[in-house]
Design a protein around this ligand. Structure first.
Ligand code: NAI
Ligand code: MG
Length: 497
């Protein structure tokens, strides 16, 4: 399947030439018990490199390092907001300087196309620069008090929480790492990052870049490993906050395990976003938008529009259009210049996604594009798939599939489609296509989701808060709201005697 394969940068070859270690207290170290695991290129199923597998002992070392880097009078606790701001900006620029190296590593480790990986690297760099501006703007307020005969000056301060564990998934490995690290260190916290076992490489490369940029030792630690490494972090009483992105199932486990020391928890979990096309929409834009909504990032994106609802009069035309868009996608090695979609991240995801497609066929649904058949050969490739004749009770309609699978269902009235759209345990994203401004904003307000797109999908900026209603999560990330999630609010009361 590989054509026009792009040559690896010498820096990428060098990175992959040696086993990867844990970053603890500014040093690269092996796991205490010496364990390692392999990370694999999902386009070829070949091992890229061995990576240290952190146990609870290593997690404990990382927590000790993060704690001492945080506690006053550490260099980090004494760094001025302006210096933090300049450092964050410098990191953003350094990422840009190594952008191609990050993009190649991301494409190799995750499978996504090199072009798509380049976009992700740009977002990560911009995230550092956006938050660089906030470091000097963590302001408090002064608040009047009314106590007869006495004078007071009362004010609030925004302070860091302490040691933050960031646990991230494999769909956007570098940007997810940045989503957790950047607001945390902007606010003066220290971090232990646990990358996904499927995609540890760019987080490790970022760890090196942070050291090169001059971030003090222990401020960001990277512990690679599986779910048990994450669980050890969540259970550790030296951790003050857990910021997690991943499945709703693991999110629930984290919420329960975090109760030991009542650490703060923020959760960005699954989704099953409804995408609603009314008959009066700009159909060309809506069809292209529906394909992007469903197939972006191989369908492995929590805000993907996987449930398509189309008003009956235009249903056939939209299905035909989305099926044609699906067939026009060129699935292949993420590193091949002509691929517009890479493989899924792992064998596990590949089998899960094909299982859902097969299950839908067995339940009586129709495949309008794509296939339930295994591609054959190496690599976890799944064709973008559109499924019709779907009913609301089918697993393909109720479950987060996390693959390039769209289901399409016709509707007649606004009330009917709003009820169907909201009939899910998730509430991460939703979208509406119509030329009627009243319909757009009214339906947008009725949809129970943290992000609503009107006549667009995946339009995004690091300035915008995001997060989930219902079982899609707790809290909001990015923007000024996202920064608050990494702070404690202190009230100070002084008597003026
Ligand atoms: P996952 O939720 O198991 O993994 C996410 C991260 O959590 C990884 O770093 C993993 O090592 C860690 N983890 C696993 N168990 C843990 C535990 N008990 N305590 C602490 N950390 C733990 O997701 P997985 O297994 O990779 O994918 C399964 C399904 O989850 C996907 O098919 C998809 O439906 C959903 N998912 C959703 C994502 C989203 O952004 N909403 C991202 C990734 C997966
Ligand atoms: Mg898992």
């Amino acid at each position: 399947m590989t054509t026009n394969t792009i040559t690896l940068l010498p820096s990428v070859e060098a990175f992959l030439a040696t086993p990867k270690q844990l970053l603890i207290n500014g040093e690269w170290v092996d796991a205490k018990d010496g364990k390692t695991f392999a990370t694999v290129n999902p386009s070829t199923e070949k091992v890229l490199v061995q990576v240290a597998q952190a146990s609870a002992m290593d997690v404990d070392r990382a927590v000790v390092a993060a704690r001492s880097a945080f506690e006053s009078p550490s260099p980090w606790s004494k760094m001025s907001p302006r210096d933090r701001s300049h450092l964050l900006w410098r990191i953003g620029d350094l990422i840009d300087e190594s952008a191609e190296e990050f993009a190649q590593l991301e494409s190799l480790d995750n499978g996504k196309t090199l072009e798509s990986a380049r976009g992700d690297v740009g977002v990560a760099a911009e995230l550092f620069r956006y938050f660089a501006g906030w470091a000097t703007k963590m302001e408090g307020t002064t608040i009047p008090m009314s106590v007869p005969g006495r004078d007071f000056h009362a004010y609030t301060r925004r302070e860091a929480i302490g040691v933050v564990a960031g646990i991230v998934p494999w769909n956007f490995p570098l940007t997810m790492a940045a989503f957790k690290i950047v607001p945390a260190i902007t606010a003066g916290n220290t971090v232990i990052l646990k990358p996904a076992e499927q995609t540890p490489l760019t987080a490790l490369r970022l760890g090196q870049l942070l050291l090169d940029a001059g971030l003090p030792a222990g401020v960001v630690n990277v512990v690679t490993g599986f779910g048990d490494t994450g669980a050890a972090l969540v259970e550790h009483h030296g951790v003050d906050k857990v910021a997690f992105t991943g499945s709703t199932e693991v999110g629930k486990k984290i919420a329960a395990a975090a109760s030991g020391n009542l650490k703060k928890v923020s959760l960005e979990l699954g989704g099953k976003a409804p995408n609603i096309i009314f008959a009066d929409a700009d159909l060309d834009a809506a069809i292209a938008g529906a394909a992007l909504a469903g197939y972006f990032n191989e369908g492995q994106c929590c805000v993907n529009g996987s449930r398509l609802y189309v008003q009956r009069g235009v249903f056939d035309r939209v299905v035909e259009g989305v099926a044609a868009a699906a067939k026009a996608i060129k699935v292949g090695d993420g590193f091949a210049a002509d691929s517009t979609m890479g493989p899924l991240v792992s064998q596990e995801q590949y089998e899960k996604v094909l299982g859902y497609i097969r299950g839908a066929v067995e339940a009586g649904a129709t495949i309008s594009a794509g296939s339930a058949d295994a591609a054959g050969g190496n690599g976890y490739f799944v064709q973008p798939t559109l499924i019709t004749s779907v009913t609301e009770d089918m697993a393909v309609q109720t479950d987060e599939i996390f693959g390039p699978v769209i289901t399409a269902i016709p509707f007649d009235t606004e009330d009917e489609v709003v009820a169907a759209a909201n009939n899910t345990v998730y509430g991460l994203a939703a979208g509406v296509w119509t030329k009627d401004i009243g319909t757009a904003h009214r339906v947008g307000a009725r949809l129970r989701a943290g992000t609503v797109w009107l006549n667009t999908w995946h339009a995004d900026d690091v300035t915008l808060p995001r997060g989930g209603y219902k079982q899609s999560g707790w809290g909001r990330e990015l923007g000024s709201f996202g920064l608050e999630d990494y702070t404690e609010l202190k009230t100070v009361i002084a008597e003026l005697r």
